[in-house]
Design a protein around this ligand. Structure first.
Ligand code: PBG
Length: 329
C-alpha cells in the first residue's frame, strides 16, 4: 500500500489548497443522500416545537406544505412520516394503526394529491405510536408476540400502500414480516411498492427524544430487548439482513447511526444492496444541544453526516435533512 517515502512523498502537498482538497475528496454529500422524518399532529394551523428535539416540529396536515415545499425545493428525495397519536385513541392492540382516517393516512393522501410523484413517501410499519404500552407489537405477559403482530403489520402495510405510500418501512423487528408483507402487497396489486426493512435495529438508548416526539415516552414500560438487537452483536446483523433480502427487502436500514458505522460497512461489504443509515433522535439532540451550548461548532454536523457515507451508506435518515442546503453552503 505504501507508495513512496518522505521526503519524496509529502501527503500534506495535496492538502495545502482548497482546490486540491476538493479534487481528491473521496466522499461527498448532496441533498439526494437524505430522507427527512416528519412528525404529524392532529389539529389545525399548528407547527409545534418538540422540547427534546431543538428545531424539529410537529405539523398539522394543513401546515405540511411548509416542510414539503422546502424539501422539494432542496431536492430531498423522500420524507418519512411519523404520527404523534392522541392518547385517547391508543389501546393495547394499537387498532388506530388500521384506521383509514388516522394521521398517517391523511398525510399520505394530502401529499400525494398535492405533490404527485415529486417526492417519495416512506412510512414506518410498527405499532408503537398506537399502543397504550408503547411496544411495537401485541403484548402477552410482557412479551411481544411475533406472528400475531405480523398479521396486524400486514394490514397496516396494505392500508398505507392503498393510501399511496411509496416505501413501506417495517421498523418493528418481528421475525418473518418482510416476506409476509411482500406477499400481501403483491397479492393486492402493490407490486411496485418498495420495502425498506429496518433489518438491523438495535435496542438503543438513543431513541429517547423520538419517543417523546410521537408521544410514547411516558407509556413505555421496560425496554424493547426481546425484539430489537443486542448492541454487543454484529454477526447477527448479517443474519438479519440476509433473511430480509431473501424475503424481498429492496433496501435495508441500520439504526441508530453513528455508534454503528462498523455495521453499515459490514452490511455494505457483504451484500451489494442499498443500505440506509438512521441518524436517530438521540444523536440529533446530543449534537444540536452541544452546538447550542457552544461546546462544538456547526461543522460537526457535516462531519457526522459524512461518516455515514464513508462507512458505505447510500442515504441517511436525518432530522437535519431540511437544513442540508444551508449546511452544505
Ligand atoms: C418505532 C421507531 C423508533 C424510531 C423510529 N421508529 C423508536 C423505537 O423503536 O422505540 C426511532 C427514531 C429516532 O430515534 O429518531 N418503531
Amino acid at each position: 500500500m505504501i507508495t513512496g517515502n518522505y521526503p519524496n512523498l509529502r501527503l500534506r502537498r495535496s492538502r495545502k489548497n482548497d482546490w486540491s482538497r476538493r479534487l481528491i475528496q473521496e466522499n461527498n454529500l448532496s441533498s439526494c443522500d437524505f430522507i427527512l422524518p416528519i412528525f404529524l399532529i392532529d389539529g389545525k394551523n399548528t407547527k409545534q416545537a418538540i422540547k427534546t428535539m431543538p428545531d424539529v416540529y410537529r405539523y398539522t396536515i394543513d401546515k405540511l406544505s411548509i416542510i414539503i415545499d422546502k424539501s422539494i425545493k432542496n431536492k430531498i428525495p423522500m420524507v418519512a412520516l411519523f404520527p404523534y397519536t392522541n392518547k385517547k385513541v391508543k389501546n393495547d392492540l394499537g387498532t388506530e394503526a388500521l384506521n383509514e382516517n388516522n394521521l398517517v393516512c391523511k398525510a399520505i393522501q394530502y401529499i400525494k394529491k398535492r405533490y404527485k410523484n415529486e417526492i417519495g413517501i416512506m412510512c414506518d410499519v410498527a405499532l408503537d405510536p398506537y399502543t397504550s404500552h408503547g411496544q411495537d407489537g401485541l403484548l402477552k405477559s410482557g412479551y411481544v408476540l411475533n406472528d400475531e403482530t405480523i398479521k396486524i403489520l400486514i394490514n397496516q402495510s396494505l392500508l398505507q400502500a392503498e393510501m399511496g405510500c411509496d416505501v413501506i418501512a417495517p421498523s418493528d423487528m418481528m421475525d418473518g414480516r418482510i416476506g409476509k408483507i411482500r406477499k400481501a402487497l403483491d397479492k393486492e396489486g402493490h407490486q411496485m411498492v418498495q420495502i425498506l426493512s429496518y433489518a438491523v435495529k438495535y435496542a438503543s438508548s438513543f431513541y429517547g427524544p423520538f419517543r417523546d416526539a410521537v408521544g410514547s415516552k411516558g407509556l413505555l414500560k421496560g425496554n424493547k430487548k426481546n425484539y430489537q438487537m443486542d448492541y454487543r452483536n454484529s454477526n447477527e446483523a448479517l443474519r438479519e439482513v440476509a433473511l430480509d433480502i431473501k424475503e424481498g427487502a429492496d433496501m435495508v436500514m441500520v439504526k441508530p447511526g453513528m455508534p454503528y458505522l462498523d455495521i453499515i460497512r459490514l452490511v455494505k461489504d457483504n451484500f451489494k444492496i442499498p443500505v440506509f443509515a438512521y441518524q436517530v433522535s438521540g444523536e440529533y439532540s446530543l449534537l444540536s444541544n452541544s452546538i447550542k451550548k457552544g461546546l462544538i461548532d456547526n461543522n460537526a454536523i457535516l462531519e457526522c453526516l459524512i461518516s455515514f457515507k464513508r462507512a458505505g451508506a447510500n442515504a441517511i435518515v436525518s432530522y437535519y435533512a431540511d437544513r442540508i442546503d444551508t449546511l452544505l453552503k
